[in-house]
Design a protein around this ligand. Structure first.
Ligand SMILES: Nc1ncnc2c1ncn2[C@@H]1O[C@H](COP(=O)(O)OP(=O)(O)OP(=O)(O)O)[C@@H](O)[C@H]1O
Ligand SMILES: Nc1nc2c(ncn2[C@@H]2O[C@H](COP(=O)(O)O)[C@@H](O)[C@H]2O)c(=O)[nH]1
Length: 285
């Protein structure tokens, strides 16, 4: 067999150009990364198959190199692997991830009346959609039994909260239910968005409005109860507030329920897993 170096170089150039075209099409949203991966697995000799997985993920708009790197780690796929060279289990994991997750990083606001289940749904998202990050708010209220400082909230004194305000440390903050102050730390949210990950904020209506004004690209989701009676049942059933506090919270809830139209989407929390899947499904659509 005679080797023709010129022909070899030309073939390599053609292959490089074909790969660049695939990446361009993904970046321009003309093709989804999932379509490219499926084509790679169907046509082993194609440009799609010879693309490295890192190149495929990097081409997804808004994904960011660090998120791509972390995703491959989580999927247990070496960044050097070519898409066509993945094993069956790796293909399955990548297919599943590409099917739900290649959306660009977004700030997602989950708001809604007291006891509708924001915390419960957010916790479900934490456990089942680990690529979505969460911010830890500051609050001046006291911890409930079982709540851990730095995990559920950063529990601070009034003086510490005032210091945060003086330093412009919050992307939004509010006095909620006319009692305690709560705020979302700006640095934490920015840090997550810079890495290319989406971040979910579970905040009240006043905070959601501030985010809408300062970050119009955020996705505002209103979590609604199936009925008023069910909301009251959940609040009473949770058993963490006394009668006076429940009355205060239900008064705020009436105002919050009237604000639903200000949101990009309304998700009714009948079932926690379904509501969480619906929230996650809204990202990037
Ligand atoms: N889909 C659901 N069906 C039945 N109960 C639910 C559902 N979602 C949440 N709950 C229950 O409702 C109660 C209130 O939920 P949760 O504390 O998550 O509400 P919240 O919106 O975060 O409240 P708050 O704003 O007052 O902090 C909890 O006891 C929780 O277990
Ligand atoms: N505006 C903000 N609201 C927040 C923040 N963190 C939590 N919250 C909301 O406060 C109420 C009460 O919470 P609870 O834990 O005391 O029951 C609830 O509606 C939360 O969503 C925040 O950083 N900013």
């Amino acid at each position: 067999m005679t080797l023709d170096p010129a022909a070899g170089a030309e073939a390599a150039l053609r292959a490089r150009r074909a790969r660049a075209e695939v990446k361009r099409a993904v970046h321009a949203r003309e093709r989804t990364a999932l379509q490219v991966a499926e084509a790679a697995w169907e046509h082993p000799g194609s440009a799609e198959a010879s693309l490295r997985v890192t190149e495929l993920l990097d081409a997804i708009p808004g994904i960011g190199a660090r998120r791509a790197e972390r995703t491959l780690e989580r999927l247990e796929i070496s960044p050097r692997k070519r898409v066509g060279g993945l094993g069956a289990r790796q293909r399955e994991r990548l297919r599943e991830w590409l099917d739900v997750d290649p959306a660009p990083a977004r700030l997602i606001v989950l708001a809604g009346p007291t006891a509708v289940g924001k915390g419960t749904v957010a916790q479900h998202v934490r456990e089942h959609y680990p690529w979505i990050r969460h911010s830890v708010s500051w609050t001046t209220r006291a911890p409930r039994p079982g709540e851990i400082d730095g995990v559920h909230y950063r529990f601070v004194s009034d003086a510490e909260f005032d210091e945060g305000l003086a330093e412009d440390a919050f992307v939004e903050w509010a006095t909620v239910h006319n009692s305690h102050r709560y705020g979302t730390p700006r640095a934490q949210v920015q840090e997550v968005l810079d890495t290319g990950d989406s971040v979910l904020l579970e905040i009240d209506l006043q905070g959601a409005r501030q985010i809408r004004d300062s970050m119009p690209e955020a996705l505002l989701v209103f979590l609604a109860p199936p009925s008023w009676e069910e909301l009251v049942r959940r609040l009473v059933g949770r058993g963490t507030e006394d009668e006076a506090e429940r009355t205060r919270r239900l008064a705020t809830a009436e105002v919050e329920l009237a604000s639903q139209d200000e949101f990009d989407a309304i998700v009714v929390n009948r079932d926690v897993a379904e509501a969480a899947a619906e929230v996650v499904g809204l990202i990037g659509r």
